[in-house]
Design a protein around this ligand. Structure first.
Ligand code: ZN
Length: 138
């Protein structure tokens, strides 16, 4: 995932903040799609061009709401999951780590992301900048 490179280059806090901004932009997109969908529902009851236009709006609104909601949930889930693990186990410093290695797969401990149900198999090997402790974020 390209956006994970931001953790390496700009730090976890910047990535986390950016992730939440993008995620809520998808929530706004979901809301706008919902307005389009409801407009389509109102027009679909009409006749002639209104009926066809309403069906088109309804379909487009449905696609936008479904896709936006999925993106919102996925991005929020990843941000929450990584955020919960961004605490150094040694000194309890939050988000003060550098990324030693990362990837979608395979995980260094041999784990299988499909079996372990991890979204996209994202993992990071983090090293604390304060105490030097290392841990896995997955
Ligand atoms: Zn530490």
């Amino acid at each position: 995932m390209a956006s994970l490179d931001r953790i390496r280059t700009k730090g976890f806090r910047h990535w986390y903040e950016r992730q939440l901004v993008e995620c809520h932009a998808w929530l706004l997109s979901w809301f706008l799609g919902l307005i389009v969908l409801i407009s389509g529902v109102e027009l679909v009851g009409g006749s002639g061009l209104d009926h066809r236009g309403g069906a088109l709006l309804l379909g487009a609104g449905l696609l936008v709401t479904l896709y936006s909601w999925r993106r919102y949930r996925l991005m929020l889930e990843i941000a929450e999951r990584l955020g919960e693990q961004a605490v150094c186990p040694g000194c309890k410093a939050y988000a003060k780590f550098s990324v030693e290695s990362s990837g979608p797969r395979p995980m260094p401990d041999g784990g299988d992301f499909v079996l372990e149900g991890q979204s996209g198999g994202i993992w990071l090997r983090a090293r604390c900048r304060k105490c030097g402790d290392e841990w896995m974020i997955k």
